[in-house]
Ligand binder design. Sequence first.
Ligand SMILES: Nc1ncnc2c1ncn2[C@@H]1O[C@H](COP(=O)(O)OP(=O)(O)OP(=O)(O)O)[C@@H](O)[C@H]1O
Ligand SMILES: [Mg+2]
Length: 322
Amino acid sequence: MAGVDAAVQISELSKTYQGLLPWARHEVRAVRDVTLAIRRGEIFGLLGPNGAGKTTAIKMIAGLVEPTRGRISFPAFKRRPAIGAVLEGSRNLYWRLSAWENIRYFGEIKGVPLAQLREQAAELMELFGIADKRDRPAQTLSRGMQQKLAVVLAFLGEPELLLLDEPTLGLDVASSQTIQRLLKRLCAERELTIIVTTHQMDVAQSLCKRVGIMRDGRIAACSPVAELVEHFKRQDYILGFNRAALPKVEQHLAAEQVDYEVVDGDWLDQARLRVKLPAARAVYALMAGLERLDIELTDFRQELPTLEDIFLSITGGEGGAA
Ligand SMILES: Nc1ncnc2c1ncn2[C@@H]1O[C@H](COP(=O)(O)OP(=O)(O)OP(=O)(O)O)[C@@H](O)[C@H]1O
Ligand SMILES: [Mg+2]
């Protein structure tokens, strides 16, 4: 991709942490030689098992961790963009300040006029169902509510780049979906650029156009989600039919040397098989065979891999979905 259009251009970026303690002086190469361009208005997912280097990468983009080598630039903005961030852990808010005091503090730092801040914060807190927690000290909120408040803080003002490190961690399903909807809307309406890390593969699959999968500090794969799914697609088909026909079908598949397994064994009077064909064209012979046996299909579809399947095959089964 042309670097000039990129919202974030990461070039040969590396971070090596030095062990500080006398008994742990070894170096940790957290991020190794990562080159990546993120488009304006894109929701880019950074995935990878624990310790892969996602947080370190996010912190370097946020300017909180100094790279050991390499460069981060923001060509599309021609200057440093306004950044909103939700970082890992609990350092996104001041514990003793109330929700509203946190909002006022961070809003003022970002230069948001008070009237606009009041309006925006009220709207966001309403949306996340924490409007009644306005005057409660942050430390008395539940973990999920604190996470929601952290997301509200990241959204204040008009960020051009959002860096979200596991933003939906610990949130209930409805809140996670609210955040996802909001992010998609802001990307479409305001060309907001978002880099998000998550261990929830379903979140990544529904939210991100493109993902980079990190492993041991490197980008092991980087593609649009749809292309990854296409690339990892196997010729697996699900067949459903009346259970009474199962012996006949199994005998036929065995004779034709077609690989298959029975799935959902107890599903009412239906039998379901996952048939693994050697090539896409083999589906014609399969259909012709079933027609000869007079099998009435109640289900027939190609089974596509989920992002979770793909993630596990790229990372060799390390870590993965929560
Ligand atoms: N401040 C630090 N000092 C020394 N090593 C660190 C520091 N921060 C992170 N590391 C190490 O760098 C590596 C990458 O850590 P990082 O937090 O970036 O991973 P991550 O992909 O965000 O993992 P997780 O999914 O668990 O959040 C790990 O081996 C970690 O132990
Ligand atoms: Mg992390």
